[in-house]
Write a protein that binds this ligand. Structure first.
Ligand code: ATP
Ligand code: SF4
Ligand code: MG
Length: 357
């Protein structure tokens, strides 16, 4: 099926915001997503090897809200973004857009108009042989937002102004090599906006930029989220930044979702030992220990495991100072901690003690 001709009608989002920017209905939802990558040609003991990249992960994105997806390298963050962008088919589980399941290639062009991915690397995401006009004009034309070239130029200039590239008339003729890293990422964001999306999936959008301009680009994404009521998935290694840039946080470890809820709760009152380790490794000057002093980093133990033969049960058990026998046997169910905060850890249910030193 041709992607270009493949359209489907998605129902419009019911207005459940009550005017305060919050919505009861997620615009995009993942339910029990699992993704295994078969490794071509690699066989161990006669069976094909697979990378167990994402296990049973659920999340929801709401208009005008950001969800930070946090975890170390290899925890499955990009795989989740690519599943949500429908660049990968899930091994199991489902994705719902405006409460309607999506699957296969049906409705893909229309879906991609609504759900846009911003890549980590602004250097490889723009084609070096094309200028800014081409990069922004193409999605406008493909999605039928312009018919005449005068309209196209006006809309490109508007897009450039929305991402604070001014004077826009000068940027429209520039080629990628004539732009700084931050300017390229702004062009990439403008390109995502050209389709008039409802959802932005931003995969470490500032990690390859100079430290001095990261905050500006993050603030741009936040402004767009608020002004245009975008649902934002904000992928980051840096859990401390999640508190400032996302209303909600989901912590992943080695493909398993381990803790989630309102960012303030997750970051100020982390429960899962892995979240605690992450936070202690990225100290936030405003976060204090129980004695009111700056919290000391926890000692880091062990390595991130292989996902071809991941540890059994809770994959964090080889590194966890609180691991019990049951942790090796199975993955704990979800424990709700109140106020939308939850975790998967035997310390908080299923026979655990609830005590963490
Ligand atoms: N196409 C693929 N084929 C095989 N394995 C893959 C593929 N894509 C990702 N993986 C593996 O899946 C796991 C999760 O990778 P992913 O890129 O989602 O992690 P990540 O959290 O985004 O890491 P990083 O922070 O380094 O970007 C890793 O073990 C990775 O090697
Ligand atoms: S389930 Fe067990 S191993 Fe996993 S984080 Fe909790 S205590 Fe540690
Ligand atoms: Mg990644």
């Amino acid at each position: 099926m041709s992607i270009e001709n493949d359209t489907a009608d998605f129902p419009t989002v019911p207005d459940t915001t009550g005017g305060d920017g919050r919505s009861d209905a997620p615009i995009l939802e993942a339910r029990h997503l699992r993704k295994y990558f078969p490794l071509r040609g690699v066989k161990l003991f006669g069976s094909k090897s697979v990378v167990h990249a994402v296990e049973d992960t659920s999340l929801a994105l709401y208009p005008g809200r950001a969800l930070a997806l946090v975890g170390e390298s290899g925890s499955g963050k990009t795989t989740i973004a690519r599943l949500l962008a429908r660049l990968y088919e899930p091994t199991s589980g489902s994705i719902l857009f405006r409460e309607k399941p999506v699957q296969g290639s049906f409705g893909l062009k229309e879906y991609r108009r609504h759900v846009q991915l911003v890549f980590q690397d602004p250097f490889s995401s723009l084609n070096p042989v094309h200028d800014v006009r081409y990069h922004l004009g193409r999605p406008l034309r493909i999605h039928g937002h312009v018919r005449k070239s005068i309209q196209e130029r006006e809309q490109i200039l508007t897009l450039l102004r929305r991402v604070s590239l001014s004077p826009a008339e000068q940027f429209i003729t520039k080629f990628p090599h004539q732009l700084s890293g931050g300017q390229r990422q702004r062009v990439a964001i403008a390109r995502s906006l050209a389709t008039r999306p409802n959802v932005l999936l931003a995969d470490e959008p500032v990690s390859m930029l100079d430290v001095s301009i990261r905050l500006d680009v993050l603030n741009l994404l936040l402004r767009l989220k608020d002004e245009e009521h975008l649902a934002l998935l904000f992928i980051t290694h840096d859990i401390a930044s999640a508190r400032y840039f996302a209303e909600d946080t989901l912590v992943m470890y080695a493909g398993q979702s381990v803790e989630g809820g309102p960012s303030e709760e997750v970051i100020q009152q982390p429960r899962h030992p892995y979240t605690r380790l992450l936070i202690s490794a990225a100290p936030d000057p405003e976060r204090l220990g129980p004695d009111g002093q700056k919290a000391a980093p926890l000692p880091a133990r062990g390595e991130i495991p292989s996902l071809i033969h991941p540890p059994s049960g809770c994959r964090f058990h080889p590194r966890c100072p609180h691991a019990m026998e049951i942790c090796r046997q199975r993955f704990p169910g979800r424990t709700d901690l109140g106020g939308g905060h939850w975790t998967h850890c035997f310390l908080y249910g299923e026979g655990g003690t609830g005590q963490v030193g």
